[in-house]
Design a protein around this ligand. Sequence first.
Ligand code: SAH
Ligand code: SF4
Length: 392
Amino acid sequence: MLQDIKSLTREELETQFAAWKQPKYRVAQLLEWLYVHRVTSWDAMMNLPKPLREKLGKDFLLQTLELVRKQGAPVLRSPAMRDGGGRDTTQKFLWRLHDHLLIESVLIPANPALYGDASDRHTLCVSTQVGCAYGCKFCASGLDGWKRNLTPDEIVEQVLAVERWNASSSSSSSSNPTEEPITKKRTTTRTNERLIDNLVIMGMGEPLANYDNLLKALRILNAPWGGGIGARKITISTSGLAPQIRKLADEPLQFRLAISLHGATDAVRNKIMPVNRKYPLKELVAACEEYQGQKGRMLTFEYILIAGVNDSIEQAKPLGALARRLFAKVNLIPYNRVEGLPWERPDEETQDKFLAALEKQKVIVTLRREKGHDIDAACGQLRLKTEKELNR
Ligand code: SAH
Ligand code: SF4
């Protein structure tokens, strides 16, 4: 099967163009069409000679994601930002791939309290697989199992497609507030303006189980000729694949790492995350230490608070100890209900007590209280809902 052109790095394109006896500057022109103008057809690449466009079209695909559904919801940011923090709009995109499978991306207004640094731009949460094989008991993404890995271009294209959507809503007016462009209206339409400067690899799928495709996509999204997103502004989230964490520690790029911990003891993790039986905490912590040793303080623990499962004050103690040992920041996330699953989020009082117990241990911790229900914010939920509706 043909490869999509956006799965190739600059070096690979240069090799290909050299083999075609094309001058090197043609590669620069092609890259500008792909990543600055984000065009979706070969014919739009006007300064490339027609025979070259035809050759490209014969040997490579130039695919886009089809927008099936979009949901927008006002979101309350973290408690610290509630007063005066204002309301912002999170947008959730459901995409159809060329083989008709569905994936999701979520566009989140800048929130300096979360990953990376303060920003006036936006964070995009991207998917790396269709479905997930890891079957965490609370998660919608794994409910139907794993379908396939995304290719590098399908990961890259999530960023480009959202920026294309933003550019097109900038140039057309709409009465629906959720259709308003994210960037301010401009007097001239500049479709190449960049919207996204933070990435979180926290959509559907286990990123480190699709290691090679993910890393290739991230190299393209990080490159100055590609997405131009700084490595320190890219956070990869994993349920705890210890060997791949070690492998990532050896990569030259300084990605941030988020561990979906959700339990600070093997007893709790075994109950909700099957991956813990393969890589128990001891092994996971050792891999995190290696990452920390190589990269400096780049670790975050994600901790979903699930009522009666991991939200007791006793649990805050081992969690605090782990966070301090690894210099990790803790993100507490009240569980988002998933239709058909029995889990619930604890009440706000319990959430606050858990937060306070960690703060008392001098752990850097945030509690992310978003109104996620409004847009089915947790990964995999919009896809699940759409597939159910389609089956009806
Ligand atoms: N597979 C990776 C990345 C995708 S999941 C991982 O597990 O880290 C992204 C995050 O969403 C994880 O922290 C996951 O545990 C969390 N999550 C999944 N279902 C959720 C739900 N219903 N409510 C809140 N967070 C959820
Ligand atoms: Fe997969 Fe992550 Fe969901 Fe677990 S939480 S099933 S690893 S997507």
